[in-house]
Structures are given as C-alpha cells and as structure tokens.
Design a protein around this ligand. Structure first.
Ligand code: ADP
Ligand code: ZN
Length: 519
C-alpha cells in the first residue's frame, strides 16, 4: 500500500517519487519534529514543507524574504488545488483582511509571510487564534550576519519557538558552509533539530575558469559555443550589464539586460522573455536569479569576479536544473581582484567585517587559481569531500601545467620595489618589457636596472604572473588609489631567492578546446 506522503506527492504535485531525502524530511516534519534542511538550489526544498503542510492539520506559516516570489509560489500552489495565500506589503488593507479571515477560518493550507509582517503584534496575536500546522523558515541563511543576505528580522524568529513550542519548525537554505550552518542552528534555536544535508555537488555542471584577456571577445566566443541556448551572464555593474548586452546583441545573440536600475516594466518584460523564450541570454547583475526556476538554463557566465565562493556557487547553480549538461564559465583577471579589494576597503563596514570579506574573496581566488579539480575545491568550501577528480571541469579535462616562475617572480617583485611600490601591473609590465613610453620615461623608470629585464616573456604571461603573485599573497593591492601593488611579508624570501615559485601556465583560448563536449 502506498503511504500518505507518496500518494499526495503524486496526486497533488504530479511527481512519481521523492528526490533524495525529501521523503524522510516530509515524514519527520509531518510527525511534528524540527528540521534543518541544507539542499542546493533546485534540489526541491519547497516540497519539504508544502507536503507536511497538507499532511498536518491547520495552516503552515512560511517565512520568506522574497516578496517578489511569494505570489509566484502561491499561484503555482493554487493551480495544483492547494489553498495558499500570502501576506505582504503588496496587498491593500481589504485584501490583507480577507487573507486573515481565511487563516482564522482554517481555510488555508499555507500562508506565506514576509518576516517583518510576521513579527508585528497584530500578526502574532492572529496566529494565537489560528490553528498552526508548522513554521517553515525559507532562506534561513538570512539569519547570518556574515552571509550575503543578512536580514535583521530573522534574528527575532526565535519568538516562534518561544510562543508556540509545540509547532514544528523547518528551516531551509541553499547556502551552508559549516560556520553558517552552525550560526543558523544557534540563532534560530534549532540545535536539537535533525539536520538533513544533501550533497552540494551538481555533477552536470562543467566548471571552467579562463584568464581575462579580452573579456567581451572571450565571452562572445563562449556564448557562440552555445547556439540557441538559454544562459545567464553576470556582471558587477549596471553599466557593464548594458554594454555587454548591447555587444552580444550586436553580434547576433538574442541577449537582453536585467538590473535593478531599469524601468520595472522593461525589466519584467526581459525576465519574461528569458523565462518563456527559446535561447534567450540574459545579462544581469546579481539582482537577477533569486528564485528563478527555469530548468533549461544551459550556461552561467561570469565576466566579473563574484564576491564570494558561496555567491558563485548559488549563481552557477541556476544552470542545468534539469540535470542536462551545462556550463559554468568564468573569465577572471587581476583587475577584478583589484576592484573587489578596493570595494571592500572603501565600504562602510567595520574592520572585522572587512577582514571576513577579504577572506571570502581569498577563498574564491583560491578556487580560480587552483590547479586541482575545481569540484573538489568548490565542495571543499562547503565542508564536503569529493572523492577523486571529477572529469568534468577544465582542470580535469586539460590538466594545467605548472612552470618554474621563480626568476620571473623575483623580477616582478624587484620591479615593484624599485618603482616605489605604488604602480599597477600594466605599468610594471611596461617597465619589465623595456617600454620607452612617455609614462615610463616621465618617472625615470627607463633608467632602472629592472627596465627591460623581462623581455623573455610576453605581456599576457606577465599579467598571469602578477595576478598569481597577488592571489598567492606575494603582492598586495593598495587599499586606496588605483591598483598600485606593494610587497608583503611573504615577498622577502622570494626576492632573496630562498623560495621557489611555481605558477600555472596561461593557456590561450583554453575555452575553445574545453568547449567541444563529447556526445
Ligand atoms: P529549491 O527551492 O530547492 O531551489 P524547488 O523546490 O523550487 O527547489 O524545486 C526545484 C524543481 O524541482 C521544481 O521545478 C520542482 O517542481 C521540482 N521537483 C521538486 N521535487 C521533485 C520530485 N520529487 N520529483 C520531480 N521534480 C521535483
Ligand atoms: Zn574536476
């Protein structure tokens, strides 16, 4: 005989079987126990509270910070015949009252609320008079002050446990490195909740990182390798979004921009085109994507470095939700690193927060520079050990070559030192390569002993050297100013020739080679 959960899964949601631990989670919560669910984006978290909501008497209260997406979720549920509604600032007073009435009359299976609404005395007393099936706390990482979506109101959600100790709670998130996991459990008083941790591996996604050389051209080559396929291109700034979308469109790609500074109707229209159209490429800031449920996104490209490895993982996770082969491609250079370091330094954050953000960036840079299997590095950041090499990332498919860059590193570091530790990589490379440009002569750098010592390497290789020296902590970017580089404590032993430096060899047009997917 089929058990109740399976029956409802098929009847209501039309799914034949649970995915991964869904079944376990549903039974656990339906039986009245607390749960902390860590599951990657697209893993099927919603079902973990929607089904128990139907199995238990009363209304499930779903706390979600994403007001824009609540209505979509509610519409989808209503279409399945589930009695769902939401309460947020987009409703007028009469609409809100109607929803409240439904709640009190027991006419709702699920009610989605924004946290600030939930915490009002009015809503709390309303819940006192309603029959509650469970509390679902979606995007639970918002409770973490160090996460990228911190919501102070999430800290106050402990009131749910204090006021309704018998109502089971399920907290869900897709962002969960071990420290964030601990913080969620602690802040939401879920230490005793059972934890369900799904592997964060997305085996169908192929990870590739290329050195930035001519980013637009490199992007175009990459996108042209996916003809007629839907994809997302992430940029850091609105201006870059506009420029990049225009550039792609000018080269025959069906590309549209998306960022928070656009007129709302146009933005919505572009999103619709992307969701409904075939093979539309959306160029966006990270404002785009939260909760976007398009299964056949074939690639996610980053032309700018994201701010953290968690962010990178979430953004790339929007590719290939249907399980079909997909690409996560990133184009990265020293300029990205310089820019992000400066953004952190110049932000309003306190020193502790800045240190943390630098560390997060370091982890991502470590991923970019790694010569190991990318999947191992990525999952390692979530506390997961991936056995062996994955065979589906650039480093596995065409193992990078290391070269002995000890001499080059010494030249680069002494060039930094001799020029007074305040110039950026472009100028330093000019000096090393013996340029007699106006600027080089103006500073008298043509008379330095390091002038022209580096003609044996081309400019591209030198850019790779400087980038990796920064990534490995042998050079540092100035906090203010314009990308000036200075020595670090670690530089000294290299300068003295006491420490060998092995660097990754730059492979030109790696992406062309990696693109030809078998089958
Ligand atoms: P998440 O919230 O973890 O990002 P969702 O709950 O939105 O993921 O689910 C992602 C997709 O997977 C949705 O399209 C959903 O319908 C589908 N899905 C979830 N569970 C199952 C299942 N057991 N069988 C088939 N499809 C499922
Ligand atoms: Zn690999």
């Amino acid at each position: 005989m089929t058990s109740q959960p399976e029956l409802l899964l098929e009847r209501v949601f039309g799914h034949r079987a649970f995915r991964g631990e869904q079944g376990e989670i549903v039974r656990h919560v339906a039986a009245g126990h607390d749960a902390l669910v860590l599951m990657p984006t697209g893993g099927g978290k919603s079902l973990c509270y929607q089904l128990p909501a139907l199995l238990r008497e009363g209304t499930a209260i779903v706390v979600s910070p994403l007001i824009a997406l609540m209505q979509d979720q509610v519409d989808a549920l209503c279409q399945l015949g589930v009695r769902a509604a939401c309460l947020n600032s987009t409703l007028d007073a009469a609409q809100a009252q109607a929803v409240e009435r439904q709640l009190l009359e027991g006419g709702l299976d699920l009610l989605y609320v924004a946290p600030e609404r939930l915490l009002t005395p009015r809503f709390l007393s309303l819940m006192d008079r309603a029959r509650l099936a469970l509390f679902a706390i979606d995007e639970a990482h918002c409770v973490s002050q160090w996460g990228h979506d911190f919501r102070p109101e999430y800290r106050e959600l402990t009131v749910l446990h204090e006021r309704w100790p018998d109502v089971p709670r399920i907290a869900l998130t897709a962002t969960a490195d071990p420290p964030t996991q601990r913080e969620i459990a602690e802040r939401l008083q879920l230490e005793d909740a059972r934890r369900f941790v799904t592997s964060f591996d997305r085996p169908n996604i192929r990870y590739t990182v290329v050195q930035k050389d001519n980013a637009k051209r490199q992007l175009l080559d990459f996108v042209q390798g996916h003809p007629g396929q839907a994809g997302i291109v992430y940029c850091l700034s609105r201006r870059k979004v506009e420029e990049t979308a225009e550039y792609l469109a000018g080269h025959g790609i069906d590309a549209v921009p998306y960022h928070a500074g656009m007129e709302a109707p146009l933005r919505a229209a572009n999103q619709r085109r992307f969701l409904r159209g075939d093979g539309v490429v959306v160029v966006a800031t990270i404002a785009f994507g939260m909760g976007i449920d398009k299964p056949d996104v074939r690639f996610v490209a980053h032309v700018d470095l994201p701010k953290s490895i968690e962010g990178y993982y979430q953004e790339t996770g929007r590719a290939g939700r249907d399980g079909e082969p997909s690409d996560a491609w990133m184009c990265y250079g020293l300029g990205d690193l310089v820019l992000l370091r400066q953004m952190i330094e110049q932000s309003e954050s306190g020193p502790e927060r800045k240190r943390l953000e630098h560390r997060k960036l370091d982890a991502l840079v470590g991923y970019c520079e790694s010569m190991r299997c990318r999947r191992q590095v990525l999952l390692g950041n979530f506390g997961e050990t991936y056995p062996g090499a994955c065979g589906n990332c650039d480093n596995c498919l065409s193992p990078p070559e290391a070269w002995d860059a000890t001499e080059a590193a010494r030249m680069a570091l002494s060039c930094v030192y001799r020029t007074g530790q305040r110039f950026g990589a472009a100028h330093l490379i000019d000096v090393l390569r013996g340029s007699d440009s106006e600027r080089v002569r103006q500073f008298g750098h043509d008379r330095l002993s390091v002038h022209g010592v580096g003609t044996g390497l081309d400019a591209r290789t030198w850019r790779g050297v400087f980038r990796q020296l920064v990534a490995h902590g042998l050079l540092e970017v100035d906090a203010e100013g314009h990308g000036g580089l200075h020595l670090t404590g670690a530089s000294r032993s290299v300068l003295r020739g006491e420490q060998p430096v092995m660097l990754r060899r730059v492979v030109v047009q790696r992406e062309r080679a990696a693109r030809g997917r078998a089958g």
